[in-house]
Design a protein around this ligand. Structure first.
Ligand code: ZN
Length: 412
């Protein structure tokens, strides 16, 4: 049976304790794409090990933002902090920040938040002047800005729009900053045309080059527009793609079946942060739906260019008190277990989420073993039924679609 052949014991609750390097990816070659994915559940699997092992190299704990679910704890070693600093130094330099800049950081630096720390460390590595104002310094900002005349501002676009209003109301004179580095909110529409926030920012801060940067705490990595492409957009050019530091992050954009999407198509960002020690991850499913922007960049950069995050892939269900992801289950069944014909039917029963797995009875599997493997993956026993291929097709007919459906969400 397929399950044994695919070395399942490595697939379940795998703990990676060694940093992944670029040469690991290169040596794996084609085999790389058959390596198991990791997700938030893998981080939860690793944490008890990290916490129980007295690692004297651990230096810093941060948490993920938890905007979509519970925040996760992420440990960093001193080397990870250096990596984070180097990652952000390069992103900021790429975005046009220089040693002679004076930067105001309107991003949270405490609350176990990684981005604020990364920006601060990156600016220090460049040698720029910094001031850590935080995310709620709207009213203090005008007086400080009139004295300091900062050349770089780092913050959330909607905050910058309010800040421009605040400066206008307070009637202080401030030189326009050369660069606005934006996080947290996307500036582009899916087709890379300027979004509503970009247009408002451009009108509020005439002449300032607007750069979008975004990162991922689990990956300890960030992506940013370069100054040249941001300047070009300001002058009516196309929306830029974010530069990826390829020696620090390996990226894949995959479709529902786990295959690379075609050039320009939207897929899930699956990424491997390289050289991370505290919590190494491999093929981490971010759940961010994203696409490649055609390169090379106008600055000459030939590496991958990422478009804005256009949505979240994951839906989460609570089944018997356990949070599970049907999309993850689909990938697991298809890629790890090699099950070809099935549907996951999601419904609401007596006010609770209900999941039923219908498998083609002609599939080459032994039900009891299969149930136990799926239970280990989900941490809960799902309802599994072997049915005919026709019955599965009949279920699919209820949701006509151009693509073959594996998840039928009856709750919609
Ligand atoms: Zn560029």
């Amino acid at each position: 049976m397929l399950i044994e052949r695919r070395e399942l014991k490595h697939d379940l609750g795998e703990v990676l304790m060694r940093p992944v390097t670029r040469s690991d990816v290169e040596e794996a070659g084609e085999h790389w794409s058959s390596l198991p994915f990791m997700d938030k559940a893998s981080i939860l699997d690793q944490l008890p090990h990290v916490l129980s092992t007295k690692n004297r190299f651990l230096q810093e704990w941060v948490t993920t933002s938890g905007t979509t679910d519970t925040p996760l704890l992420i440990p960093l070693t001193e080397t990870d902090l250096e990596r984070l600093r180097e990652n952000e130094r390069r992103s900021l330099v790429n975005s046009g920040v220089r040693a002679d800049d004076r930067a105001l950081i309107f991003v949270t630096l405490d609350m176990a938040f990684m981005a604020g720390l990364a920006y601060y460390e990156g600016l220090r590595a460049i040698g720029a002047e910094t001031m850590r104002l935080g995310a709620s310094a709207l009213h203090q900002a005008p007086a400080l800005m009139s004295q300091l005349n900062p050349t770089v501002l780092i913050g959330v676009p909607s905050f910058f729009i309010r800040l421009s209003q605040e400066l206008e109301n307070s009637k202080v004179s401030v030189d326009r900053p050369r660069v606005l580095i934006c996080i947290g909110e996307s500036l582009l529409n899916e087709d890379l045309s300027p979004g509503r926030l970009y247009k408002k920012l451009k009108a509020s801060w005439p002449g300032s080059v607007i750069v979008s940067s975004w990162g991922n705490t689990e990956l300890q990595s960030s992506v940013s527009w370069c100054y040249q492409s941001a300047e070009r957009m300001l002058n009516g050019g196309p929306g830029p793609g974010g530069h990826v530091h390829e020696d620090l992050l390996h990226i894949e954009i995959l479709d529902d079946m786990g295959n690379p999407v075609r050039e320009g198509e939207v897929g899930e960002l699956v990424a491997t942060p390289l050289r991370v020690e505290g919590l190494p991850l491999r093929r981490f499913r971010t759940g961010d739906m994203i696409r490649h922007v055609e390169g090379p960049c106008c600055c000459g950069y030939k590496g991958p260019l990422l478009g804005p995050v256009v949505g979240r892939k994951r839906r989460r269900l609570k089944i018997k008190g356990t949070s599970i992801e049907p999309d993850g289950l689909q990938m697991f069944l298809t890629h790890r277990l090699g099950v070809e014909n099935f549907v996951i039917v999601i419904d609401t029963v007596k006010g609770h989420d209900h999941l039923q797995l219908l498998i083609d009875k002609d599939s080459d599997l032994e039900l009891r073993r299969f149930q136990s493997v799926v239970r280990s993956y989900l941490r809960v026993t799902p309802e599994i039924e072997l049915v005919s291929g026709e019955a599965i097709e009949a279920w699919r007919q209820r949701f006509p679609s151009r693509k073959k459906q594996f998840i039928l969400d009856m709750r919609r």
